[in-house]
Design a protein around this ligand. Structure first.
Ligand code: AMP
Ligand code: ZN
Length: 495
């Protein structure tokens, strides 16, 4: 029996069993990027967390419908467009393309639907009309506002207090807006010159921020769905307002479980465009491998805060190198490419410590508990320790059947990797990429290394062993280790 999946629900402040509206199917909505600039690794952390949630749910056999929107109409986009002199919609479209390129490089799963505000205007207008008809919203001039005090459940997600909010809102909120109450928020904003706008029953204008997610989630997942995700900063006001709008319009619960990811911090502060302490995802991916970055994200629980540093990235990539070195060794044994163990030799057979499938059971015990990916990585580490034990065992040449345990464990590794989005490249390819990055990072002369390798092959062919030893020693002083293999000299960065 697979472990029951339990998820921390911000609404209940407790872990609750995942009980999909339709058994066997999960609808998940993740608030996507506001496309006015390049995505940073704080955003990437949140998107990777939910990407892995989707992967794990699919691994567990759920049919998942994954929706992640693009906020392509927004104050920040309009401001950025004014600065560059570009059309706001065109600027947003450009950053959607940039986001897609970055997401592909990080190997995030493409969502099943990636709706945009600019393509959801009729549905947005429809909900606002419904809210006005129900007396939950009112028109004021060219704007439409949601009347917060009429909605009883306000602040049930964020557990805030209305009085504190009123004190915080103050006069500032009233300036330039025609609200009845400072707590009310805009559903529709009348058009201003130079801003994108669409026709509506209230004149030309554009939607407020929150209404888009109410419209898009209802359109693609229905009025009640299973999981809704985003970073912690979205709990208030964004998700609180989504709930108010959707539930006041439909009379139904918007979402059964609210998931919020912790922040990625840089030098003690939340990484954010407004603070300016950002590392762009594409810049990070020049320095670290996509799976190294994913490993770094997943090694801390998604709800906890995570501090970014160059060292933590380097450590994560070194760990990935260990995994890939192990897989390379295992694959060479299994396929018989390892010359010390001719195909058919008895090696890698066990069980050393029990049934290989126990790792699958342990993995589920960990990850089903509120997507505890760090726990899952711990199980993966145990599995790799065992793979190393098996491959380190000398081959037993007269055993007829080979490596059943090794083959079974390799299959377990493949399954777990799929659930986590790791080990998608052939080991040799990943290791060569890693070596190339290290050559650049350490400022080594690649041409010189290739020349030394060729010179050493020539020396060995001529049986000039003193010269071959001298070349090895010279390489070492450069930080490069030359190694012998039946196919000739190979090399790696010295440890
Ligand atoms: P934005 O493009 O600002 O709307 O953000 C997109 C997503 O990234 C939202 O779910 C945010 O909560 C999330 N996010 C923004 N900054 C961070 C951060 N420093 N750490 C983790 N998630 C973040
Ligand atoms: Zn949203």
């Amino acid at each position: 029996m697979a472990s029951e999946i339990r998820v921390f629900n911000t609404m209940q402040q407790a872990k609750v069993p995942l009980q999909p509206v339709t058994p066997g199917k999960v609808g998940i909505y993740v608030c996507g990027p506001t496309v006015y600039s390049f995505v940073h690794i704080g955003n990437a952390r949140t998107f990777t967390s939910f990407d892995t949630v989707v992967r794990y749910l699919r691994y567990r056999g759920f049919e998942v419908r994954y929706v992640r929107n693009y906020t392509d109409v927004d104050d920040k986009i309009i401001k950025a467009a004014k600065e560059t002199g570009e059309d706001a919609i065109a600027l947003a479209a450009r950053f959607v393309r940039e986001f897609e390129a970055d997401a592909k490089q990080l190997r995030l799963l493409p969502p099943d639907v990636s709706p945009k505000v600019s393509e959801t205007i009729p549905e947005i207008v429809g909900i606002i009309e419904k809210l006005i008809a129900r007396g939950a919203a009112y028109q004021s001039g060219a704007d439409v506002y949601f009347e917060v005090r009429k909605y009883e459940g306000y602040l049930k997600l964020s557990k805030r207090n209305l009085d504190d909010l009123i004190a915080g809102a103050g006069e500032r909120e009233l300036v330039g807006e025609q609200k009845r109450d400072p707590l009310d928020f805009a559903l529709w904003k009348g058009a201003k010159p130079g801003e994108p706008s669409w026709p509506s029953p209230w004149g030309a204008g554009r939607p407020g921020w929150h209404i888009e997610c109410s419209a898009m989630s209802a359109k693609y997942l229905g009025e009640t769905f299973d999981l809704h995700g985003g970073g912690l900063d979205l709990i208030f006001p964004h998700h609180e307002n989504e709930i108010a709008q959707s539930e006041a319009a439909s009379g139904k619960t918007l979402c059964n479980c609210w998931m919020h990811g912790g922040f990625l911090d840089l030098e003690g502060a939340k990484m954010s465009k407004s603070l300016g302490n950002v590392v762009r995802l594409r810049d990070a991916l020049e320095r670290v491998d996509a799976e190294g970055l994913r490993y770094f994200f997943l090694s801390t629980h998604y709800r906890q805060q995570l501090a970014f540093s160059d060292k933590s990235l380097a450590d994560a990539e070194a760990r990935m190198e260990y995994f890939y070195e192990t897989l390379k060794k295992v694959d060479e044994r299994i396929t018989g490419k390892d010359p010390s163990t001719p195909l058919g030799a008895g090696f890698g057979d066990g069980p050393l410590h029990g049934d290989p499938n126990r790792f699958l059971v342990e993995f589920d015990e960990q990850v089903s508990d509120d997507f505890n990916f760090p726990g899952g990585l711990g199980v993966l580490s145990g599995l790799f320790a065992e793979l190393n034990l098996l491959t380190d065992k000398p081959p037993v040449k007269d055993k007829p059947m080979v490596g059943r345990t090794l083959v079974a464990l390799r299959e377990v590794a493949r399954k777990l990797a799929g659930a986590l989005g790791l080990f998608e490249l052939p080991p040799t390819e990943w290791l060569l990429h890693r070596r190339d990055r290290q050559v650049i990072a350490k400022g080594l002369d690649r041409k010189k290394i290739d020349e030394m390798v060729a010179a050493r092959d020539a020396a060995r062919a001529a049986k000039n062993y003193p010269e071959s030893d001298r070349l090895r020693a010279e390489a070492k002083t450069m930080g490069v280790e030359l190694m012998d293999s039946p196919a000739g000299t190979t090399w790696k960065i010295a440890a």
